[in-house]
Design a protein around this ligand. Sequence first.
Ligand SMILES: [Zn+2]
Ligand SMILES: [Zn+2]
Length: 220
Amino acid sequence: MVDKRVGCDVCGKSFHSRKRLEQHTRSTHTTVNKNNVIKAVKKPFKISNKLIAVIAAGALIAIVGSIATYYARDHAAALTIDGIGCNPMEQAVFHIHAHLDIIINGVYFLVPSQVGIPSNCFYWLHTHDESGIVHIEAPMHKDFTLGQFFDIWGKKLSNDQIFNYVAGVNNPLNVYVNGTKVPDGTNYRDIKLNAHDEIAIVYGSQPSTVPTSYTFPEGT
Ligand SMILES: [Zn+2]
Ligand SMILES: [Zn+2]
């Protein structure tokens, strides 16, 4: 009889029968299977590595987020408004003053002190007292407007409204600059703040007189 030997693909050993070879493969080369098993075990390990990476990324995002929140809260005052910055120091390159009167149904509304001066900086438009003097103190020569001052103040001003007072037929809203009524069609928000301007915003019933000028402190 011809010896029909069969060889092992793994180690090259030859066997008398296929059954023998199969036995050999099972008993001798189980390491192959074990490796496969190990590989199979490694797979979920790799997934868990990915999981760790995802968790780490999530933690990083959370940390960055909380830092950003902290930074935003701490530096909220530094946000620009209408392109107007808020600097830790008062700016002196451009320093002029205008005066603002707000007359609601004949009664003067006090413009508060510290408008545009949050805890840690100075907006280029601000007030230092209740005189109605608006300080324009900017790092460059530039036109600034009444609307910008109201935006920094956080109050509403349009041609139809000041604060919560809405203009109507019986409650007109007019603005006077140095005693001259601003013509219809002019956007009140665009009124330029010039040095020593006296700006009077008049809502509702007319006062007996509208201020035409303001006596600024000497040297200001
Ligand atoms: Zn100032
Ligand atoms: Zn000033």
